[in-house]
Design a protein around this ligand. Structure first.
Ligand code: ATP
Ligand code: MG
Length: 258
């Protein structure tokens, strides 16, 4: 039996510690891979640097992402262990709002892990989970990790793919297949961040709820309005604004320290 740590509500790092505990508990349940623990730590470091809040360029990217998902003919939400551990309920809500299936897609694919993620998402209200077992029968060309196996009804035939916490190689492969890729990644320098069409540099625990709010706001918008939101969005420019935001924040902090 694992020891459950109780985190006091007034602890200054309560939120971050709770996320960490969720990831650890889900690793024990076989949902998160060991490497996922390390990936989470990398995310935490970038979250600390941006101030553990949604910064303006991230909010702008989230709005563009919501518009792109609403415009999509076959949107799909790719789910890995960390995403399922941190925001299972919100991913299910997003999937239902957009009529976009959830597809399990893992870098370290094992039968046990894909089944554990499926079970976890079903327990949080999902009705259908793609990409598990034999369902992942299609292959993304030129990709050699287990992430190349996808569901013909899902990622393989999707036009827009939301990839939270993705690996760079696969983002690149999805782009080469002609997909419109939306990434959620706290590291603005990662290959994923640099390759996606829309990169949301934010913690997934804030990005998905924000996306749900934008979807609610944009649901009644005209096609022209949605198209104009997406076409005005420039990922390179937005990423450079993110890096400038980080630079300015660190400069300010360095002065306060003197
Ligand atoms: P790439 O392959 O794109 O160059 P990488 O190899 O540095 O990236 P991976 O381990 O492939 O990183 O993917 C994990 C990514 O997920 C990291 O960039 C990390 O910052 C990000 N990440 C981890 N936790 C979160 C989170 N909670 N929200 C958003 N992003 C996160
Ligand atoms: Mg990687």
């Amino acid at each position: 039996m694992g020891v459950k740590l109780r985190i006091p509500e007034n602890h200054p790092r309560a939120k971050s510690l709770k996320e960490r505990m969720l990831i650890i508990e889900c690793e024990k349940k076989g949902i998160v891979a060991k490497a996922g623990l390390i990936a989470h730590g990398r995310g935490e470091a970038f979250d600390y640097i941006i101030g553990e809040n949604t910064i303006p360029p991230a909010l702008f990217a989230t709005k563009a992402a919501a518009a792109a998902m609403l415009l999509a003919k076959r949107p799909v939400i790719s789910v890995n262990g960390n995403a399922a551990a941190l925001v299972p309920k919100e991913l299910v809500m997003l999937s239902k709002e957009l009529n976009a299936p959830l597809e399990v897609n893992l870098f370290f694919r094992t039968k046990r892990r894909e089944e554990a993620i499926k079970k976890h998402l079903l327990a949080h209200g999902a009705e259908l989970i793609l990409g598990v077992g034999r369902d992942a029968s299609a292959i993304i060309p030129e990709l050699f990790s287990e992430r190349r196996r996808v569901d013909p009804r899902g990622i393989y035939s999707a036009d827009v793919v939301l990839v939270p916490l993705e690996d760079g190689d696969r983002t690149y492969a999805l782009k080469k297949m002609g997909k419109f890729v939306i990434a959620i990644d706290l590291n603005p320098l990662s290959r994923t961040a640099q390759t996606a069409d829309i990169t949301i540099v934010d913690n997934i625990v804030r990005a998905i709820p924000n996306m749900l709010r934008f979807i609610e706001e944009l649901k009644g918008a005209s096609l022209e309005d949605l198209e104009s939101i997406v076409s005005r969005f420039d990922n390179k420019k937005n990423l450079s604004e993110t890096i400038i935001y980080i630079r300015d924040r660190l400069t300010k902090l360095s002065r306060e320290g003197n």
